[in-house]
Design a protein around this ligand. Sequence first.
Ligand code: AQP
Length: 355
Amino acid sequence: MAEFQPLVFSGVQPTGNLHLGNYLGAIRKFVALQENNDCIYCVVDLHAITAQLVHDDMRGQIRSIAAAFIASGIDPKKHIVFNQSAVPQHAELAWIFNCVARIGWMERMTQFKDKSGSKNAEQVSLGLLAYPSLMAADILVYRATHVPVGDDQKQHLELARDIAMKFNLDFSKQIRDAGTGIDIKVGDEPVHAFFPMVEPLIDGPAPRVMSLRDGTKKMSKSDASDLSRINLMDDADQISKKIKKAKTDPDALPSEVEGLKGRPEADNLVGIYAALSDRTKLDVLNEYGGQQFSVFKPALIDLAVSVLSPITGEMRRLMDDTTHIDAILRDGGERARARADKVMHDVRDIVGFLQ
Ligand code: AQP
């Protein structure tokens, strides 16, 4: 059986201040993966207009996400960093995927249900419903194989696999005729595939970083309380204040990971410490088990400040030089467009459009 050429793709929305969850769930993994992989990292600006159409400073937001990628250590020369709207093939493939995917698949998405929530259908954009179809297109327009994301994106990636599979099966004859597919195995099933079955990369000690105010809620850009999250642009004093105020319970830290069960806030802070120091939770508990939060929190503050401050400083420096950031995005956009267009040429052939 053949295999698709490994390729890493992921994206971040320019919808507000990046926080520690975005960093640990996504961007830190992007940096680690670039050592041994071909990687494409995208500022997904088309996604940003699905929940809210008008943004005060969309261009500034786009630049700030690109700055965060680069300040965290992504090499935009070896890899590709660009903004999604610069490559129209994402939207073109998303339209085809809108015709592959079923409405019921989209309506079952937890994020759609959460974000459309109590609003009536007149207030929710069609784009919000179709969001996972565009996300599948973002990945598959490069035939990417691996996608580093936080745990909240798992369901969307399962849907991307469903879309890829349905496209491969619906067009199996055309894919064979075009000679652009390869034989893969999906479970035990042999499939002649044009699109790969993407693998989510969600591992690590903090796949879902939780709110500092409520360990049962995801840390999120849209949480009304700024104390719930550490923003990548926070300075040392703000980081210190937020960790000091972070909700905890009165018990000492356990010595085993099992002991974190039923203690969401303790679990979250230990997970954050482990992810920031590239250690396991067990390793952290071997050091801090039996200690009170009055000892653990100052250690976590020192660690968070030492990891995040250089990134924040570099982000500020980069954001002052918009010409440089724009040049990186333009160059990345050109290279991404060339790759996406090759794939779209084959897709148009398979679907039967006249080129
Ligand atoms: N709390 C989190 N823990 C781990 N990973 C997270 N990610 C987001 N929040 C956490 C991951 O960050 C990447 C980029 O996310 P995004 O900006 O595209 O969208 P999002 O998931 O909608 O981010 P927010 O902050 O949670 O926004 P709102 O408040 O709008 O819901 C993704 O890989 C995501 O998994």
